[in-house]
Design a protein around this ligand. Sequence first.
Ligand SMILES: [Zn+2]
Length: 93
Amino acid sequence: MTPLASSGLVIGCRLTVWTMRIDNEPYPAQRHLLACLGESEDGVRCQEHSGERETFEDAKRWAAGHTRLHPDHRRFSQLSELAWVMVPDEEPE
Ligand SMILES: [Zn+2]
């Protein structure tokens, strides 16, 4: 008998496979932020961003308004907080 088999950690237990996916349940703390990657003519990075928004659509609306004011500022980076959930293939006992 190997030390692992004699430990009792595996014997009689089935391994549960867990899958991680985006949680579709309401999550009040979701946040989305878009930051402008535009630069001025002298190469200085624009420092403007949307601030934390509750929806990505709201952050995109900010970006559209920013580009309307600064037509050459068209690239943005995205930071988002999303809820994820671990789902077992079978509920553990
Ligand atoms: Zn900008």
